[in-house]
Design a protein. Structure first.
Ligand SMILES: [Zn+2]
Length: 136
């Protein structure tokens, strides 16, 4: 499978990392909307699980964001969430959850105190594929 790429404008990238840092030690979550693999808008959502190891979006909030993305003629580019204490690789829970939607997962690792690492993955039944993230 060809590697695909997600392009994130620097300002949105920063907001995403800030959102993750603000909720630390709990996980946050959100959606990235845009076109042609390029993010145009960030939608911060509540992690109703209030957990440091997993996230769950409120279905009503998720639906509202999806409608907003559609209203703005965008697509969902990715769903993001942080790993406050672990490496940026999908956890078992992430993998299970990702089967319910065919959207890449962006993971922000805050494991290193001064440096956040952002990676993206496409999770399929047969394997986990890494996607390139380009900050533009
Ligand atoms: Zn995770």
């Amino acid at each position: 499978m060809a590697k695909t790429m997600i392009r994130i404008p620097e300002s949105i990238y920063r907001r995403m990392v800030k959102h993750a840092q603000k909720e630390k030690p709990l996980e946050c979550c959100g959606l990235l909307g845009g076109k042609d693999q390029t993010v145009q808008e960030i939608f911060e959502t509540q992690n109703v699980a209030r957990s440091p190891i997993l996230f769950s979006m409120d279905p009503k909030e998720e639906l509202m964001v999806l409608e907003e993305i559609e209203n703005q003629s965008m697509e969902i580019i990715a769903i993001y969430h942080p790993h406050p204490r672990t490496i940026p690789f999908p956890s078992e829970v992430d993998v299970k959850m990702a089967f319910s939607f065919d959207v890449p997962l962006v993971i922000i690792s805050l494991k290193e105190k001064d440096d956040s690492i952002v990676k993206a993955f496409r999770i399929r039944k047969e394997a986990i594929y890494m996607e390139n993230v380009e900050v533009i």
